[in-house]
Design a binder for this molecule. Structure first.
Ligand code: SUD
Ligand code: ADP
Length: 301
């Protein structure tokens, strides 16, 4: 008889094809109309039984993520274990390919991955809705990392409605030096919008229709990120990256979420390769990545 000694879960990154941000709420969060699209860049989380909770990581920039119990993967294991009255004795190994602190939800991916891996390893039998509740407790973006595909996130982003996507979209991502703090970018949004009437966030019908039809040109025309002025204010050098990608033939360019990763929508796979080469040669970013979308959510391998 063989016993399963470890479980590996693969989890995608995201880009926000629309990020409409409302005014700050009394709890400090912002109500959103957050149109998430999962993209084919992945972290993997492997859960193995151990004597105590332990986190290890490999990949680019893992020196910038905590390996103690503040790691979102560790917090996911602890929350699940506490709900089921068991000890979170597990070794979680993170293989990181999603840029760290880049606005692509890498930490959220690791949290969703750890949750699904531990749930499978421990046979807790948690329902999908219990897993989604735990995800929402861990962070606003974590539920989407679990479900993947495309979805509209309301509330602070955690209340998801799946969205239909009618084709494959081709993206190039320019990875910047260093990260941007998500709370700092929301804080800068508040500063820049102070004294103005911030409208209720709404998903744009034209954007939802472009996703559904798989029309890259229509999606390019509808891409919108209300956090982009704040990210550019904190990191003005991103303007040059956006311009370089547009000059290289991207249909559209925007900051991914809170940044500093920038995202470029290309007409097809060939155009994406061309944009990637020219962006890298422009010297306006540290690294480029090409990825298709939509991508599946957290998946046990
Ligand atoms: C901006 C977005 C867009 O998808 O992601 P990133 O681009 O950073 O990955 C998200 O809203 C980030 O979600 P996430 O990173 O899960 O945030 P959380 O851990 O829940 O919150 C971190 C902090 O961000 C701010 N925050 C987050 C979500 C929200 N709707 N309003 C906020 O004001 C708050 O200051 C909060 O304390
Ligand atoms: N497992 C994790 N992976 C990445 N970052 C993590 C993790 N756990 C905690 N963090 C911290 O969360 C912050 C946000 O990182 P990340 O989720 O990669 O970026 P973003 O919120 O911009 O998408 C960073 O300060 C990082 O150190």
């Amino acid at each position: 008889m063989t016993t399963t000694t470890s479980i590996t879960v693969r989890v995608p990154a995201k880009v926000n094809v629309q990020l409409a941000v409302g005014a700050a709420r009394p709890d400090g969060f912002h109500d959103l109309a957050n149109v998430f699209l999962a993209v084919g860049l992945y972290d993997e989380v492997t859960a193995t039984p151990a004597d105590t909770l332990r986190i290890t990581a490999e990949g680019h920039d893992v020196d910038r993520i905590p390996l103690d119990r503040t790691n979102l993967a560790a917090r996911a294991a602890e929350l699940l274990a506490a709900r089921h009255g068991i000890e979170p004795n597990v070794h979680l190994h993170i293989r990181k390919d999603i840029p760290v602190a880049g606005g692509m939800a890498g930490g959220s991916a690791d949290a969703a991955g750890a949750l699904l891996a531990c749930d499978t390893l421990w046979s807790t039998g948690a329902s999908r809705s219990e897993l989604l509740d735990i995800c929402a407790e861990l962070g606003s973006d974590v539920p989407f990392s679990l479900v993947g595909g495309a979805a509209l996130g309301r509330g602070r982003g955690e209340l998801l409605t799946p969205l239909p996507v009618g084709g494959t979209f081709h993206w190039v991502f320019a990875v910047a030096d260093g990260g941007l703090s998500t709370p700092a970018v929301y804080g800068e949004f508040d500063r820049l919008t102070a004294g103005t009437d911030v409208p209720e966030p709404e998903a744009a019908p034209a954007l939802l229709a472009a996703l559904e039809s798989g029309d890259a040109t229509a999606l390019a025309a509808a891409l919108a990120n209300d956090l982009q002025p704040a990210a550019l204010s904190l990191r003005p050098s991103l303007s040059a990256t956006l311009e370089a990608g547009t000059a290289a033939g991207a249909l559209a360019a925007l900051v991914s979420g809170s940044g500093p990763t920038t995202a470029f929508l290309a007409k097809d796979a060939e155009a994406a390769g061309q944009v990637a080469r020219e962006l890298l040669a422009s010297g306006t970013c540290r690294q480029v990545r090409v990825a298709g979308s939509p991508a599946a959510g957290a998946t046990v391998l």
